[in-house]
Design a protein. Structure first.
Length: 70
């Protein structure tokens, strides 16, 4: 459920911002919206992958550290 809410919020943000140009005027641009959506999804995927990698490394080093006994 939370995933759907996050996806809806991202989609709404992209749709609202897709038509705004740098000079402050508005223009409908479906391809720009698609690019912004793809960029947002890419950033989220990279964030999740880095987080999962960090958790994996933390668990690996934690288990290695607790496994060694002098």
């Amino acid at each position: 459920m939370v995933l759907y809410l996050v996806a809806a919020a991202i989609l709404a943000y992209v749709v609202l911002r897709s038509g705004q140009r740098a000079d402050g005027t508005w223009k409908f641009a479906p391809l720009r919206a698609t690019g912004m959506l793809a960029g947002g999804v890419f950033r989220i995927v990279v964030f999740v992958a880095v987080f999962a990698f960090a958790i994996t490394l933390g668990a690996l080093f934690s288990s290695a550290r607790s496994g060694f006994s002098p």
